[in-house]
Design a protein around this ligand. Sequence first.
Ligand code: SF4
Length: 228
Amino acid sequence: MTKIPVDVGMIYEGERIRKNAMHVEFGGPKSFGAELFRVAGSDAVGKDKVTVVGPDIPEMAEGARIPLGMFIRAAGKKLEEDLEGVFERRMHYYFNYIQGFMHLNSRDTIWCRLNKDAFKAGLKFEHIGAAIIDLFKKEYDVIEKMDLTFYTDEKAVNEFIEQARAVYEKRDARLRGMKDEDVDVFYGCVLCQSFAPEHMCTISPERISSCGSISWFDGRAAVKVDRD
Ligand code: SF4
């Protein structure tokens, strides 16, 4: 088990990292990045493996703005592609559980910050990745294997974003043409209440969530996995 030099838990979920407390910023309006969760065959997925393509956190100068790609692949006999969007949104949750790390937004608009205390404690991507994999596997026993790749090399991040956008487009295309009248149930999401306590989304085929990352199909898949 990888020893993580900071705390990890729900208590850190609403932690804000202001500019003065920040050591490094990833993605956001002054850089770029994306996150993607994919279901894959067991042979293709490493066993709890974390890979870093590009500079790791200790090599990052104070105040740096770095592009970031975060790519999770998971395998499990009961996992379905329909669940990818749901698990991808859980990334927002779990990355915020890491003390000193802040995650905002979704898909190719992610914006993350690492604070000075976490940097001084020696936090690296292998620690963040190990924590994320552990959190996913503890919550969802349908996940048997998982790997996580962090991209910080600019060219690799750009290539990853292109790959991620093709997957987002494929997911979104499923909903085009569907009408609210075609279904007999809508879904609600309150995932953002750690940041916005009075916020909730109602998600129907024609009304996608505010974050853009939970569709009606994702709502349906989330309910299914929560009930199983
Ligand atoms: S669907 Fe709404 S509440 Fe849920 S994560 Fe997206 S913006 Fe937040």
